[in-house]
Design a protein around this ligand. Sequence first.
Ligand code: PLP
Length: 443
Amino acid sequence: MTDEPGIRRGHALRAAVEQGLVGEEEPVLGLLDITGITHAATALHAAFATPGVAITHTFAVKAASLVPVLALLGECGLGAEVASPGELALARAAGIPADRTVLDSPAKTVAELREALTLGIAVNADNPSELARIDEIRLEAPTAPAAAPVGLRVNPQVGAGSIGAMSTATATSKFGVALRDPGAEEWVLRAYAERPWLSRLHTHTGSQGVPLGLMVAGVRAAYELAERINAAAGRQQITVLDIGGGLPVNFGSDEVTPAFADYADLLRAEIPGLFDGRYGLVTEFGRSLLAKNGTVLARVEYAKSAGGRPIAVTHAGAQVATRTVFVPDAWPIRVLALDAKGRQKDGEPVVQHVAGPCCFAGDLVARGRALPLLGAGDHVALLDTGAYYFSNHFAYNSLPRPAVYGYTARPDGTVAFAPVRAAQTQAELIAESGGGLPPLRRG
Ligand SMILES: Cc1ncc(COP(=O)(O)O)c(C=O)c1O
């Protein structure tokens, strides 16, 4: 295995073309660097490891809802943060144990809560009504669910990062108990006093665009609240602090910055009590574990020109790069121009559009980008797409979800691929579009 992610990726792109994984039948696919994912997990463990502190690192399944990836991360000692019954089912299918699973769905039904509590999965209640539902379920079966740790999610209201839609700690965010609202902290203190079994506190300040300082401020608010709750209880009632995920990713180069160690070191410096052994910790990183380990590879079907602007029409657009296409300023990605053999093209950069296959004008993954001129039969690689691309498929135009492969690249350039997800077939597309159902009849 080579140690350079860019070299591994280059080998994989070439090999995927050479081995015909991308071609006429499947003109777009996803690639995941198995070595890179393993390295990221190792870096996460190393960054937070502290003698005497029990730490559970969970992976936010929404970032890459792919069972073999969850299983790989499970093998690396990670658990799963799940936000829907479907994500819980995937985590279970991957063999993630209940005691390494955390349920954070924003709109948990009674059935979902009951299932999680019965399985012994940690649940973070989002609001007073949800906590009341948990009370009821515990009354139904006071002993069985008692093993499932329960926490409360709080919104420290420390402010937004650069992407509004990703900022979960604004004054009016939909998540958690808004801690600075009048009467909120008093309610929280009462809620813990009335429920001696409530043993966790959860916060997640946001995903991408949130600077480390703001993330630390959110964790500090939760830590200080836990200290007040424990003081009021006269014992260590809160034993675990779940500090969420949210480490931002650098989409501008191959450099991993900030690193997990940057964040962990800042937390240690700013909130030493977090690591003094009184609290267990849970983390829920998603993007920072996977983003830089994924690439979308697509064929250029046509090259054309409009108004003097060259346009490469490829098979990667909004169906795989949904956020990038719809909110391009918040989610710009690097695009590599590759030749027909999957090797990086050289040549004078020419300002061009890189378009996708969707039937609307804005379906562009790069607008006016200076790249070696792309021609029909060439390829493009969309970099840093390992998180929130293979799980955010957009079903417009009935374009199928592309196949995803994991890869291991050796220094001599040989590459082994392992299937992660098969491309969606036309039969599956028809079935999911009601194909097996009787036609609607005029009334
Ligand atoms: C509760 C919670 N935890 C963790 C995450 C993962 O965030 P990230 O992928 O930025 O690490 C999210 C993302 O939306 C989240 O809502």
